[in-house]
Design a protein around this ligand. Structure first.
Ligand SMILES: [Zn+2]
Length: 272
């Protein structure tokens, strides 16, 4: 192997996961449907991925603090060993938490041949969820966090917002189909992920127009019982800083106050 190809191989090895998709999103401007101006009021959102039974530990923390979280499920995995049953997901929803869509089979969306095939798979999963009493989720959590330019266009007609695994504290204007998250418990990689670090991220958001969103995988290695206790303290910390703990659906409503006002006025031709 020549030196140039050795260097190229080394660079490729060091590229962060999803490197090409990230580069594409960074370089190309947001399309109009992707633009989302965050509300002036910051919010703190807690999202659990995959719908495994350990999510119930997090439900307990949220319920104890009287706040609502988001639980992302893949309909084909519901009821399998280690995963929540339809009955359990319905109970979580009945308690006021948001149920988000996490792909029908948990296959990465970037792996589908085209938008039509991805759309058909999403349609099947959404129908299963509706038939199972889980409503029609407006929030998408990408399986494996994978998305790219054509995937975002393909999911936009069905969902109001979509979240990735890419790290970031959302602030100001964001890509509503590429909303960043902060790993908590599992998959924190090289991030400090200490209590002080999470508190400081929340503190920085007290100034406004910020949407720190935690990504939890309660059944994965790295998420310990201590994380559930820490989550409770971070919820208290956010509330002390005047940052509301909200579901995605609730914060998206806050992001569209003009539209909501028009709907509330009962003008013809508007949708509630
Ligand atoms: Zn997942």
């Amino acid at each position: 192997m020549g030196l140039a190809s050795k260097i190229a191989a080394a660079v490729v090895k060091r590229l962060p996961a999803h490197g090409t998709d990230r580069a594409e999103e960074f370089v190309l401007p947001l399309r109009p449907f992707e633009r989302l101006q965050l509300p002036r009021e910051s919010a703190f959102t807690i999202v659990c991925d995959d719908g495994e039974t350990r999510d119930l530990d997090v439900v307990e923390v949220l319920d104890r603090h009287g706040v609502k979280g988001v639980f992302a499920v893949s309909p084909d995995l519901i009821g399998r060993p280690g995963f929540l049953s339809y009955d359990e997901v319905r109970q979580i929803r009945a308690a006021g938490h948001e149920i988000a869509f996490h792909g029908t089979t948990h296959d990465p969306f970037t792996g589908f041949a085209d938008a039509a095939r991805l759309g058909a798979a999403i349609g099947e999963g959404m129908a299963s969820m509706a038939a199972g009493g889980l409503g029609t989720p407006g929030t998408l959590i990408y399986p494996f966090g994978r998305h790219n330019r054509w995937v975002r266009a393909a999911v936009a007609p069905t969902f109001a917002a979509a979240f990735t695994t890419w790290f970031g504290v959302n602030q100001g204007e964001v890509n509503r189909y590429g909303i960043r998250r902060i790993p908590f418990g599992a998959y924190t990689g090289r991030l400090p992920a200490t209590e002080e670090w999470y508190r400081e991220l929340i503190d920085r958001c007290a100034a406004g127009a910020c949407w720190p969103t935690l990504m939890l995988h309660p059944a994965a290695a790295g998420h310990e019982a201590a994380h559930n206790a820490l989550l409770g303290r971070l919820i208290e910390h956010a509330e002390q800083r005047g940052i509301a703990v909200r579901t995605v659906a609730a914060h998206m409503r806050a992001a569209a106050p003009a539209a909501a006002d028009v709907a509330a006025s009962g003008l013809p031709g508007t949708q509630a």
